[in-house]
Design a protein around this ligand. Structure first.
Ligand SMILES: Cc1cc2nc3c(=O)[nH]c(=O)nc-3n(C[C@H](O)[C@H](O)[C@H](O)COP(=O)(O)O)c2cc1C
Length: 209
């Protein structure tokens, strides 16, 4: 089994990365692979609202000069997905937001590429804005009909300088438990092997008609 983690920090080995590494260790203990894909370090254009993905339905964003399309396919093939971002001005870091808008619009246009996958949101913060950022990341996860893995606290680690989150012992413990809970959910799903019901065609009312 394989999990893909999107690291939205421009600091490739910052606190978000360290949090993901703790989860990785727990997953490896359970025989589950975790691949960390760095997005924060890349130049990623935001969604241009061209709606081409809804027209072509080829699981691709029309902007094809970055890692987004390749990563959409990695996420579609994975058993689990972790969305991780540092807190920037009490919200999701900009590059990560650009990626998520495109990756989840393409998913939605293609019947939900990540439906039923186990998912978790993770964030790193110096002081405040962690809950708001987790909520923001969970908007993508819950829109995508995914199965949310949780811990015994919200999935937030504290630190400023890269690696400082390792001093946040409660944060470390929260990540360890999150890793074990992701593994548990993945194994439960695998053992049950119950096919997911088919996707409904959305009644899109846009509140006007
Ligand atoms: C542009 C920017 C905005 C930030 N905004 C916040 C914030 O709103 N609240 C906060 O507590 N920390 C904020 N921080 C600090 C980071 O969230 C913190 O250093 C975090 O550990 C970074 O994670 P990383 O090492 O994975 O990049 C900000 C940092 C930057 C560079």
């Amino acid at each position: 089994m394989k999990v893909i983690a999107i690291n939205g920090s421009p600091r490739a080995e910052g606190n978000t990365f360290h949090a993901l590494n703790i989860i990785k260790k727990e997953l490896l203990n359970e025989g589950i692979e975790l691949e960390i894909v760095d997005f924060g370090t890349k130049a990623i254009h935001g969604c241009t609202a061209c709606t081409m993905c809804s027209q072509t339905k080829n699981e691709r964003c029309i902007i094809d000069n970055d890692m987004v399309n390749e990563t959409i396919q990695k996420m579609a093939a994975a058993d689990g997905i972790i969305l991780a971002s540092p807190v920037y001005f009490a919200g999701i870091a900009g590059t990560m937001k650009c990626f998520l808008d495109r990756a989840f619009y393409v998913s939605s246009a293609n019947g939900g590429l990540y439906r039923g996958k186990v998912a978790a949101a993770v964030t790193a913060v110096r002081r405040s804005g962690g809950s708001h950022t987790i909520d923001g990341l969970n908007h993508y996860i819950t829109y995508g009909e995914m199965v949310v893995a949780t811990s015994s606290y919200w999935n937030i680690v504290h630190g400023r300088a890269p690696g400082e989150m390792l001093l946040d012992l409660e944060g470390v413990q929260t990540m360890e438990l999150l890793g074990r809970n992701i593994a548990w959910l993945l194994k439960m799903k695998d053992k049950a092997a119950i096919p997911q019901h088919s996707k409904e065609i959305r009644v899109a009312t846009s509140f006007i008609r």
